[in-house]
Write a protein of this length. Structure first.
Length: 142
């Protein structure tokens, strides 16, 4: 019995490189109508969306990006100098949404927290990831 538990228990721990998103972005709510969601882009082109509020749809959704579109998005991240941005942009202003953007590439992973004051190049990457909500063909996730 113990051998069965060990044998089947080990299988559930196995993961693949597709289990970790290449790009992950989380946007938090504010006191107004700021979009509140998480979006994950995986190396196989699968994109997962968890839309909480103030997004066209609410709930969990799944879509697929073409390999070309995914490669273009990754190229935008690498050519932007993502690794040279600070890890945090903040201010004393209140009631702004927070955006967390993570990029994993070639074994390196960096997360940037943008509350206020991020450079326009970083804002452009955030907008590009956000635009996936409008551009992909979403299906309700199971």
């Amino acid at each position: 019995m113990i051998l069965l538990v060990l044998a089947f228990g080990c299988k559930s721990v196995q993961t693949t490189s597709d289990d970790v998103p290449v790009i992950f972005m989380s946007k938090t709510a504010c006191l107004g109508t700021c979009p509140d969601y998480d979006i994950s882009v995986f190396s196989n082109g699968v994109v997962l969306l968890n839309a909480r509020q103030f997004v066209e749809m609410e709930g969990a959704f799944k879509a697929k990006m073409s390999k070309e579109a995914l490669n273009d998005l990754i190229e935008e991240f690498t050519s932007s100098g993502f690794d040279s941005f600070r890890t945090e942009y903040k201010s004393n202003r209140t009631d702004l949404p927070t955006t967390k953007l993570t990029f994993s590439n070639d074994g390196e992973k960096k997360t940037i927290t943008d509350y206020d004051g991020a450079p326009k190049e970083l804002k452009a990457l955030e907008a590009k990831v956000h635009s996936l909500i409008e551009s992909l063909n979403w299906k309700k996730a199971k």
